[in-house]
Design a protein around this ligand. Structure first.
Ligand code: FAD
Ligand code: DHB
Length: 394
């Protein structure tokens, strides 16, 4: 016999989106169950985002999971773009009238969310296999999953798909009920985490004829570096020595000289992709975060856009359960998508501005140089960059 759990909101995916939603709903007395395909250790082993926008940090505090972030995270008031061997500082605080970003790793933020769910008795089911949403067109949807030989089900009012780009939620929607928009970039980012002091207190995004590079960090003793690589490359071809030689080569000389290197503790290649699905709802199934949209990482928008979906959806669910008001649920997809597309535009623009595209003509490259020259000659252009980087309002 199939064992069943009853909840109000069934959440597929225990990444940052699913956990944050579950935590926020809990604070409003709304019950949820999170079904995660992998183990918690596996989820916490993935090294991804590092930059949180202003509103996301606020949402973490609202979810009562901001204490460690506020203690250990770093407020960044600016960052650099290096071009032609020269660093240009983008003064985020000045250009946005006081806004900043928070450097705090996705791993740490996810750990804080797991701990909060444990503390408050939230149900997060790990290692849930063959998770599938059912009957989402009806008022009585449910999610089936397997643990060992047992098949179990979660009956709920709503299913929320927070299961990332490769998840089952979006794939369970009939193809003729959604439209997808996609752009694949002909390169990836090779990322290295190393227990070394960061070369710069503020991030450096570097553009170079050999390709893009990024110097980021997690703390005063933990550095995160990236270089643009062809999609055909594998991490095996990149020894630590080769990685740091290539990184130094793409940075201004004074930065390259100052860099302290050490053995990598994580090395991975992420392909770059832009992707949007419309609408972000099918019946009583709602999509949020990477399940509905992907951006190339250049503008640091992915996790931040996931957070804005969660903000809209959590308010919509609270209005439904506390006041019987469904207008937020009705408008969820269009409100979320309006902001998603702005994040897409910015990420595409930053990617185009800073990467070397293999098929670019001399004309394309001259335009790219001109775009950079224009940017650094115009306070208004810089203000637009800064406004997007700290995050547009929810
Ligand atoms: P995910 O983190 O993908 O979580 C989905 C969860 O669902 C996973 O735990 C997965 O195991 C689970 N799952 C999948 N399928 C199933 C299934 N069938 N059943 C049950 N569970 C399932 N964003 C930023 O904002 N700032 C940055 O600086 C930044 N840097 C990045 C750097 C890199 C190298 C990369 C790769 C990404 C970066 N991002 C950044 C993007 C950010 O990491 C993602 O947008 C973010 O992880 C999305 O969170 P999510 O919870 O929606 O999806
Ligand atoms: C990091 C990743 C990004 O995509 C970005 O734009 C900035 C920082 C990081 O992993 O630290």
């Amino acid at each position: 016999m199939t064992e069943s759990i009853r909840t109000q909101v069934g959440i597929i995916g225990g990444g940052p989106s699913g956990l944050l939603l579950s935590q926020l709903l809990h604070l409003w007395g709304i019950d949820s169950v999170v079904l995660e395909k992998h183990s918690r250790d596996y989820v916490l082993g993935r090294i991804r985002a590092g930059v949180l926008e202003h509103s996301f940090a606020e949402l973490m505090r609202e979810a009562q999971v901001g204490a460690r972030m506020d203690r250990e995270g770093q407020i960044h008031e600016g960052f650099f773009i290096a071009h032609g061997g020269v660093r240009h500082r983008i003064d985020l605080e000045k250009l946005t009238g006081g806004k900043t970003v928070m450097v705090y790793g996705q791993t740490e933020l996810t750990r804080d969310l797991y701990e909060a769910r444990d503390r408050l008795g939230g149900l997060v089911i790990e290692n849930a296999a063959d998770v599938r949403p059912h009957d989402v067109e009806t008022a009585h949807p449910y999610i089936s999953y397997r643990q060992g030989d047992e098949t179990l089900r979660v009956d709920c009012d709503f299913v929320v798909g927070c299961d990332g780009y490769h998840g089952v939620s979006r794939q369970s929607i009939p193809k003729d009920r959604i439209q997808t928009f996609e752009k694949i970039y002909p390169f990836g980012w090779l990322g290295v985490l190393s227990r070394t002091p960061p070369v710069s207190a503020e991030l450096i995004y570097a553009t170079h004829e050999r390709g893009f590079a990024l110097c980021s960090l997690r703390s005063a003793t933990l550095s995160r570096y990236y270089v643009q690589v062809p999609l055909t490359d594998s991490t095996d071809a990149w020894s630590d020595e080769r990685f740091f030689d290539e990184l130094r080569c793409r940075l201004p000389p004074e930065v390259a000289t100052a860099m302290i290197t050490g053995p990598s503790i994580e090395k991975s290649i992420a392909p770059l992709r832009s992707f949007v699905v419309e609408p972000m709802r099918y019946g009583n199934l709602f999509l949020a975060g990477d399940a509905a949209h992907i951006v190339p990482p250049t503008g640091a928008r992915g996790l931040n856009t996931a957070a804005s979906d969660i903000y809209y959806l959590y308010h919509a669910l609270v209005d439904h359960y506390t006041g019987g008001d469904d207008s937020g649920l009705e408008s969820y997809s269009s409100r979320a998508l309006a902001r998603v597309w702005k994040g897409q535009r910015f990420s595409w623009w930053m990617t185009k501005l800073l990467h070397r595209f293999p098929d670019d003509s001399a004309y394309d490259q001259s335009l790219q140089h001109t775009e950079l020259d224009y940017l650094f000659s115009s306070e208004r252009a810089l203000a637009s960059l800064a406004e997007n980087y700290v995050g547009l309002p929810f």
